[in-house]
Design a protein around this ligand. Structure first.
Ligand code: C5P
Length: 232
């Protein structure tokens, strides 16, 4: 299936030790529009950091990967919505009831995307976790992505390698958020399945999560611009 997606947003992953480092970096990259806050920074700095990012006009992706009973996830979704978060993650394996309840609680301003199979799993470790001998990880990603969209979520998070299959499963309007983005020549670090911005977009990505290539750049602003241009 040919994707209708022709461009993607760059989301800067704020994988930094604390609020002051995060805000300093953002001062050096004023073009950034989307930022991702994960469990480490959120646990350290709390909601005041989110409020400050929203005050600065940034769209916040709160990546806490919720997986709990529906009532608890609904409470977390409401708290994120009240903070002005634009995008948040939950686990597709939390089940249809959890995802439907979360989607109903999100309202119009907060989008929810599902994490399917964590990229830290291989077929063997995922099979062990599920109590099954053999798991086709790619098939499982596609199945869970279908469940997420069926439950009313906005999209999924997956690697560029799975993006084309996921796009075929979830149709042209859903979001596909892809981490592991590198320019040719960038260090992969601990990422295994990397893709360039252009490759990820042509596979169907709508949002590209980028951390170290921008965070560690001498000129973060220039790398952000280069990646944004390549994602158009
Ligand atoms: O520094 P780098 O560009 O590799 O950062 C990627 C970001 O995306 C990190 O915040 C990482 O936690 C996140 N992520 C990932 N792989 C996933 C899901 C999230 O790298 N499957």
């Amino acid at each position: 299936m040919t994707s209708a997606i022709t461009m993607a947003e760059i989301i800067l992953a704020l994988d930094l030790p604390g609020q002051s480092e995060a805000l300093k970096l953002l001062d050096r990259a004023p073009e950034v529009r989307w930022v991702k806050v994960g469990p480490i920074l959120m646990t350290r700095e709390g909601p005041e950091l989110i409020r400050e990012l929203v005050r600065r006009g940034l769209r916040v992706f709160l990546d806490l990967k919720w997986h709990d009973i529906p009532n608890t996830v609904v409470g977390a979704v409401e708290a994120a919505r009240e903070l002005g978060v634009s995008l948040a993650t939950l686990h597709a394996l939390g089940g249809a009831d959890m995802m439907r309840a979360a989607a109903a609680a999100a309202g119009n301003q907060l989008s929810l995307v599902a994490v399917t199979v964590l990229t830290s799993h291989d077929a063997a470790s995922y099979g062990t976790a599920l109590g099954r001998d053999e798991v086709n990880v790619m098939e499982e990603v596609g199945r869970q992505a279908g469940n997420a969209i069926g439950a009313g979520l906005q999209g999924v998070v997956c690697s560029a390698r799975e993006a084309a299959l996921v796009r075929a499963r979830i149709g042209k309007d859903s979001w596909i958020v892809v981490p592991g983005i590198r320019r040719a020549g960038d260090s992969a670090g601990d990422q295994i399945r990397t893709a360039t911005p252009a490759e990820a977009v042509s596979a169907g990505a709508t949002h590209l999560v980028v951390g170290r290539p921008i965070l560690q750049a001498t000129e973060p602003s220039a790398v952000f611009r280069e990646m944004s241009d390549a994602a158009r």
